[in-house]
Design a protein. Structure first.
Length: 279
């Protein structure tokens, strides 16, 4: 009796083990099917992207991610979805997908690219800096984030270049508003705008003119010491600038540049010749 009991136990064990192996095989087969389904969706997305159907491409990339979120392909698919939207100027959708990617895959090796592409989405939306500062501020924030967190990447080089361009745009806006205040003879707001350029956008092409405007305004207000301070600063840093020559003219009304002196001599010579011929 004991012998048959042992045989029964062995048979039950073999049966259960067989069932377990069959389940493992089924799980493996199902996992392989899911992965193949995900790869098919990804390939469909690539094909649609190449054909210019970005909305369908983004849909297929999202589908690939959702089918098998544990796969290494999932973050790649999510990023491709964002890229699909970006290249067709669907910046709002691209921003949504990129923020979701950054939140969902915080340790992904492509994170630096996601941050850079996010910055580009804001950068591409800079249309009229005089009306909407939102894209400028968000682009600057994102590019500065890249410089701080990914300083040794190619993205950092491009981010710095984009920041320089953004600073030029921002300085241009400040100059535009400053000149508007000058026309209205609102000296204090004008001074504040020009000082913003000098202090915050010192690497832009507008800093020379901003210094000159400060020289000019302070001189008009009778604040000669302040005017001379900015004139010296302009001369020290931009000695060959036409704005320094203009500032020099403020303190020396009879000042003539070497080029002006040459032109004056040439003009006088022509006048003398004219008189000698017709007299």
């Amino acid at each position: 009796m004991k012998y048959f009991a042992n045989i029964l136990i062995i048979l039950i064990f073999l049966f259960l083990n067989s069932c377990s192996n069959d389940k493992k095989k089924i799980d493996i087969i199902e996992e392989e099917d899911i992965e193949l389904q995900m790869i098919d969706s990804y390939k469909e997305g690539i094909k649609a992207l190449e054909e210019g159907d970005v909305l369908f491409a983004a849909k297929k990339f999202n589908e690939a991610e959702l089918v098998y979120p544990q796969s290494d392909w999932a973050p790649k698919s999510a990023l491709m979805s964002a890229y699909s939207y970006y290249i067709q100027d669907y910046y709002g959708d691209a921003i949504f997908e990129l923020n979701r990617f950054i939140k969902t895959y915080p340790k992904d090796l492509r994170l630096s690219y996601a941050h850079f592409l996010l910055g580009m989405c804001y950068y591409e939306q800079i249309v009229d800096e005089k009306k909407d500062l939102g894209p400028i501020l968000k682009a600057k924030e994102k590019f500065n984030y890249i410089l701080k967190n990914y300083p040794d990447t190619d993205f950092a080089l491009d981010a710095q270049f984009k920041l320089d361009l953004i600073n030029d745009i921002s300085a241009s806006k400040e100059m535009y508003i400053g000149k508007y205040y000058v026309k209205k003879k609102k000296w204090i707001p004008a001074i504040n705008r020009f000082k913003t350029i000098v202090n915050n956008y010192e690497t832009t092409v507008y800093v020379e003119e901003a210094l000159f405007r400060l020289v000019e305004i302070y001189y008009l207000l009778g604040l000669t010491d302040e005017s001379q301070k900015y004139a010296k600063l302009l001369g020290y840093n931009y000695l060959s600038s036409r704005w320094y020559k203009e500032s020099y003219r403020i303190f020396n009304r009879n000042y003539e540049s070497p080029r002006e002196k040459i032109k004056k001599k040439e003009r006088n010579f022509i006048i003398r010749k004219f008189k000698s011929i017709f007299n």
